[in-house]
Design a protein around this ligand. Structure first.
Ligand SMILES: [Zn+2]
Length: 218
């Protein structure tokens, strides 16, 4: 032990950066040859590579035993740092549910409501061609009212189907307050929280709207 310590001291005095770990090597080979410290420099180089291995956890699926690896990224003492991938640190964060957006609301409702849905401003938040079943939703429609508007327009689509177009719907629903009132009442039945034309539907209007939603004339 004392001789090894002496070799270590000599090596340090000779300008070689020696650590306590490398004392055994130095005791075997006298420090006269400066070429041997290559072995001593190996852990230093590996230490730098070991840091890169930390950033790539895909190398080995088996985590090392927790006792072997001190998770300091400064320098691993083992010459093979490839088998010590620490668990990924950042993968557990994004568990937040996706936020409800205008686009997601439009996509979800247009997928299940009758009609051909197009995002386009035709002068109103919603506009429906009862003859073709095409619905235009203006992108400026507030998100807070988007679903209510879409429910209303979907009733227009059904009105056009039941009565064979716009003129037939106008005539057939005139006694119930017209297509707009009935569309509002139907929208309320579908879950609308906001309507533009009617705030309280009569029993007759609810009867008409219910029939339209079932696809029949009232
Ligand atoms: Zn309308």
């Amino acid at each position: 032990m004392t001789t090894a310590a002496l070799w270590a001291l000599r090596a340090t005095a000779g300008g070689i950066l020696a650590t306590g770990v490398a004392v055994g090597v130095m005791s075997i080979n006298p420090p006269v040859q400066p070429a041997h410290p290559i072995k001593m420099s190996v852990p230093v180089v590996v230490a730098g590579r070991g840091v890169d291995t930390v950033a790539a956890p895909a190398l080995s699926p088996v985590p090392p035993p927790p006792t072997a690896a001190a998770p300091t990224t400064a320098h691993p003492a083992m010459p093979k740092p490839a088998r010590k991938p620490p668990p990924p640190k950042v993968a557990a964060a994004p568990t937040v549910a996706p936020a409800v957006t205008w686009q997601s609301t439009f996509a979800a409702l247009s997928a299940r409501l009758p009609g051909t849905w197009i995002v386009q401003d035709r002068g109103a938040w919603g506009a429906t061609d009862l003859n073709t079943g095409t619905v235009y939703i203006a992108p400026r429609t507030p998100l807070s009212k988007l679903s209510s508007v879409m429910y209303h327009e979907s009733v227009h689509v059904l009105q056009g189907r039941v009565f064979g177009g716009r003129s037939g719907a106008d005539a057939g629903l005139a006694t119930y307050g017209g297509i707009e009132a009935v569309a509002d009442c139907g929208a309320r039945m579908l879950g609308a929280t906001w309507t533009n034309y009617v705030q309280h539907c009569s029993a007759a209007q609810n009867h008409a709207a219910s029939a339209i939603l079932r696809g029949v004339k009232p």
